[in-house]
Design a protein around this ligand. Structure first.
Ligand code: XBP
Ligand code: MG
Length: 265
């Protein structure tokens, strides 16, 4: 009997980053929501698309804001005061972010939903491994998967669930532990160098679906890097031979992920 592709997968878990990977949440989501929070609090700061890109070296919205405040002469000089302001603004940003999502402004990236559905149909457990706040995870997934979105995932870990955010490997280490799988049996899907470093630090192979802000950023240590999960073209290592236009294109599949992980191990 020939083994059907259904039986070829060696993956025991798929671990999803959120911001940049599941959806392009940064430029038109978190950034705009931060600006709304600044405005609502009478603060003159506004983050441009370009400046926000620079700030993305710091993972976590509150941490990002504190990093930005460090070079602003009009930010509170007193550290406790600065921390308190960052907390207030970050909370306001999350409320504004949820409101933006509820208006339907931010969709899943193409190719995400088919892979989520395939994992679910084939019984491959999934985890969310992100630095974003729980409220933001809930806002994004309930908008796109409905009120029962939590049923899609065996494990959901956000910013409040770790002591050290990405690039620290803690979020991936915890996910593996909770799922009861070894690092080499799982694959992470990420978009940023910090995310790759986090997954690799936990020993998890990483597939990078490049996002807007990290479109040209050098990525070290990934198992595969490509333009997005919507296409099997343009990936390194290649999924289809260069210049092969014979086959219709389709989204990246679970078997593609498994093949990358076994052949590049
Ligand atoms: C990327 C981030 C997040 C978001 C904002 O996270 O750095 O901090 O910018 O989320 P991911 P919070 O690991 O999903 O790519 O403001 O809730 O921190
Ligand atoms: Mg990300």
């Amino acid at each position: 009997m020939t083994a059907s592709p259904r039986h070829t997968t060696v993956l025991k878990a798929v671990l999803w980053d959120v911001d940049g990977t599941i959806a392009e949440t940064e430029r038109d989501g978190h950034r705009v929501a931060f600006n709304e929070a600044f405005e609502a609090h009478g603060i003159p700061w506004r983050w441009s698309v370009e400046h926000y890109g620079e700030l993305l070296v710091v993972a976590g919205g509150r941490e990002r804001l504190l990093h930005d405040m460090a070079s602003r002469p009009d930010a509170p000089a007193d550290l406790a005061e600065r921390e308190a302001l960052a907390r207030t603004l970050h909370a306001a940003k999350n409320v504004a972010y949820a409101a933006r999502l509820a208006q339907g402004g931010i969709s899943f990236r193409p190719g995400v939903r088919p892979l989520l559905e395939e994992c679910r149909a084939r019984g491959v457990p999934m985890a969310i491994t992100t630095t974003t706040s729980r409220a933001n995870i809930d806002a994004l997934f309930s908008q796109h998967l409905g009120a029962a979105w939590r049923d899609w995932f065996a494990v959901v870990l956000g910013g409040e669930d770790v002591t050290h955010k990405k690039p620290d490997p803690e979020v991936y280490q915890r996910a593996l532990q909770l799922l009861g799988v070894e690092a080499h049996e799982a694959v992470a899907i990420e978009d940023s160098p910090a995310g790759v470093a986090s997954a690799r630090g936990a020993g998890v192979p990483v597939v990078v679906a490049r996002s807007i802000y990290f479109a040209d950023t050098p990525i070290e240590g990934a198992t595969a890097v490509g333009p997005g999960l919507h296409t099997r073209r343009g990936w390194t290592p290649a999924l289809v031979p260069d210049g092969d236009a014979s086959d219709g294109d389709g989204p990246v599949t679970l078997d593609d992920l498994a093949r990358w992980c076994t052949t590049t191990r």
